[in-house]
Design a protein around this ligand. Structure first.
Ligand SMILES: Nc1ncnc2c1ncn2[C@@H]1O[C@H](COP(=O)(O)OP(=O)(O)OP(=O)(O)O)[C@@H](O)[C@H]1O
Ligand SMILES: [Mg+2]
Length: 424
């Protein structure tokens, strides 16, 4: 039997229809298709002819987790997820250091699924099964929790650690994962929250009250997780900053109270991970062993690296598509999928030329181990610095601009490396 195809349907915020009605509406629309392409989306613009659907539905996405190729509608087991996006945005939990009166952001909180993270999952491109594996790990962990599997007998938990070099999408993947779970697990958890703890801010300077602040923060978190029907995703970014703070305290650089604050945070996180509705997400730039005992407990540890040539090509292809859709590049023309280029054995023709040049840029970027963040900046740099003039450039000129932007970026990076003090 085929694995199910998850169909994610964003209901318009003003629509008052119930989920079953929307499901029926979408289903009768999809049965007209021969096949569905995992990872693809149907937007409002594609629904022009279907007024009823257009009134209620903003977007339909076929989730790309279990399938690599097109799925025949007659053979597909379609699972529908109907949801509305929360447009409220982040609520920042500020705290005041009573000794200095200084205010700082201790945590940001979102109700999920949030408008802010819509499309984030699809925008992240890895050519390993990183995204798919991470979702499966976490779904299995929640399933084990549901069934009451004893973690002393089978080692499993709901602590995720994503580690790897800067700018490779670790924080974005944690947010996207929380959003994805809030959609996928909505039967079990009708409500979901993402809480990002600003660990770096909490310990980057000495706060006389750090320990108390941590306690207060977790009191609030406890209130949130007390609702068993709420999925609580807690993200601690750059978790190695906890280890730094602890080391500094141990070496006498920080007052010893701060070690208590760090330990308090770790103990609280440890307590939190035992709650059946909590998921702890952590990220780190340190690729070796992270000296925080808590992180040792993560069962789901994945290294996130810079994009390969394939992934870099897909990212840049998406960027070109976006700029053409917005009229920054003109005219609109297709950028071929890599498998199409491969199918034609990279044959050069007028229609494939720009795509082939883009593939060269992607390969050079991957060879230089350019991060996803740097890659996503290249189109902007190309337009701003390489292609002066008001008229929108065509695709071929733009790709030449991208190549020049990459060359400049690498030259700048090399200069910075030269300027860095020698490692002793
Ligand atoms: N593999 C990727 N596919 C698509 N976009 C990517 C990828 N990697 C990074 N990006 C983009 O780069 C930007 C930075 O990502 P993010 O902040 O999540 O990285 P990070 O690994 O958390 O970085 P840091 O270690 O500096 O905190 C985001 O806009 C993200 O979309
Ligand atoms: Mg990050």
């Amino acid at each position: 039997m085929n694995p199910p195809l998850h169909v994610e349907v964003v209901q318009k915020s003003q629509s008052r229809a119930n989920k079953d009605y929307i499901k029926e509406l979408v289903h009768s629309f999809l049965v007209n298709f021969v096949s569905l392409c995992p990872g693809a989306s149907i937007t409002e613009a594609d629904l022009e002819d279907n007024l009823e659907l257009k009134e209620h539905v903003q977007m339909i996405t076929f989730c790309d987790i279990e399938h690599d190729t097109e799925v025949l509608v007659t053979e597909a087991d379609l699972i529908y997820h109907i949801y509305k996006l929360d447009s409220f945005g982040a609520e920042t939990d500020t705290m005041t250091d009573t000794s200095t009166g200084e205010e700082f952001a201790a945590a940001d909180m979102w109700a999920l699924p949030s408008k802010e993270f819509h499309g984030l999952w699809e925008s992240l491109i890895y050519d390993t099964k990183l995204k798919e594996d991470t979702v499966r790990f976490v779904e299995t962990a929640f399933d084990f929790a549901d069934k009451g599997v004893d973690p002393n007998i089978i080692g499993w938990n709901r602590v995720v650690l994503l580690h790897g070099p800067p700018g490779t999408g670790k924080t974005s993947l944690c947010r996207a994962l929380a959003q994805k779970l809030s959609v996928r697990l909505s039967d079990r958890f009708p409500r979901a929250r993402l809480v990002e703890i600003n660990a770096h801010g909490l310990f980057s300077k000495w706060f006389a009250e750090s320990g108390k602040l941590v306690a207060r923060l977790f009191e609030r978190l406890e209130e949130i997780v007390a609702d068993r029907r709420l999925l609580a995703c807690v993200l601690v970014d750059e978790v190695e900053s906890l280890a730094h703070a602890r080391r500094a305290a141990l070496s006498g650089l920080e007052p010893s109270d701060s070690i208590r604050a760090v330990n308090a945070l770790l103990t609280q996180l440890d307590r939190l991970r035992r709650r059946p509705n909590a998921l702890v997400l952590t990220t780190s730039n340190v690729t070796g062993a992270i000296d925080v005992a808590f992180v040792d407990r993560a069962d789901i540890k994945r290294r996130v690296g810079p994009p390969s040539a394939r992934a870099a090509y897909e990212i840049l292809r998406g960027c070109c598509g976006e700029l053409m859709a917005r009229g920054v590049l003109a005219p609109r023309e297709p950028v071929f999928e890599l498998r199409v280029l491969e199918g034609s054995r990279f044959a050069d023709s007028e229609s494939s030329r720009a795509s082939l040049r883009l593939w060269d840029v992607a390969r050079d970027a991957a060879a230089a181990r350019l991060s996803g963040r740097a890659l996503r900046r290249l189109p902007f740099l190309a337009r701003a610095l390489q292609l002066r003039g008001a008229a929108p450039p065509d695709l071929l000129r733009f790709v030449a601009g991208l190549r020049a932007a990459l060359r400049d970026h690498l030259a700048d990076a090399a200069e910075l490396d030269d300027a860095a003090p020698p490692v002793s």
